[in-house]
Design a protein around this ligand. Structure first.
Ligand SMILES: Cc1cc2nc3c(=O)[nH]c(=O)nc-3n(C[C@H](O)[C@H](O)[C@H](O)COP(=O)(O)O)c2cc1C
Length: 214
């Protein structure tokens, strides 16, 4: 399955950069992205990435478009890149993605807090993030979670097991070191590449075991 429309949710776990890099790669690959950011997701974006994205949905969409247009256009001679991305606020249950009839090709929560993970596992559907994830589950569509917490309690592990048994792909923010990473970017790209693998989006973000040195 190659995704053409993905819901990308940034929740309030450490590692907002995973969500940003993933979104960048999806947009670069021509995938349309519906962006969700939880309240604590905004806080972590500010704290870790220096991005003050809070505002009206239109303002957040504009800031996201500017950010990704700059990131993707950098180093390209061609005309500026126009990212196909729209942000939806957490309480907009009239958004198409709040209905299973308009479910996207895939949904990723990256990074995924233990709070969001627990609420998805419980089927609470109290925010657009939770409802969109619930739609993916009920429709049997690809849902990928990128949890970030350490150490993990039995509650966290039980929630992950419950979701994995429902077919959710759990891709922890847990980079491998067999590719001899040299930079933080290398570590981030490893995790992002693993998520893209789950969606059938081709990339060259990490060196596969047994492949020639890049
Ligand atoms: C700077 C910062 C870093 C955080 N890091 C994590 C984390 O790595 N993992 C986690 O599960 N929660 C983390 N939290 C706590 C969550 O943001 C909090 O539990 C929140 O209620 C989760 O809800 P959300 O998923 O809707 O954002 C962090 C909070 C802050 C402010």
């Amino acid at each position: 399955m190659t995704a053409r429309h993905v819901v990308l949710a940034i929740s309030g776990a450490s590692g907002a950069v995973y969500g940003l890099r993933l979104t960048e790669e999806l947009l670069r690959s021509g995938v349309r992205v519906s962006l969700l950011i939880s309240r604590c997701g905004f806080a972590v974006l500010q704290e870790e990435c220096g991005l003050d994205w809070e505002g009206t949905p239109e303002e957040v969409t504009d800031k996201a478009r500017d950010y990704f247009a700059a990131a993707i256009s950098r180093g390209r001679d061609e005309t500026p890149f126009e990212p196909a991305i729209d942000y939806y606020a957490d309480d907009v249950f009239f958004a198409p993605i709040a209905s299973g009839s308009s479910a996207p090709d895939a949904m990723v929560v990256s990074p995924c807090s233990m709070g969001s993970l627990a609420r998805i596992a419980a089927g609470l559907s109290g925010t657009l993030l939770e409802r969109a994830a619930d739609c993916m589950l009920k429709e049997g569509r690809p849902l990928v979670l990128v949890p970030r917490e350490t150490p993990l309690s039995a509650i966290h592990l039980e929630n992950m097991l419950k979701l994995a048994r429902l077919g959710v792909r759990i891709v922890p923010a847990m980079p491998g070191f067999y590719g001899q990473p040299e930079t933080v970017d290398d570590l981030v790209n490893f995790v992002v590449g693993k998520v893209l693998d789950q969606m059938g989006v081709s990339h060259g973000l990490y060196r596969r075991w047994g492949s020639p040195e890049q």
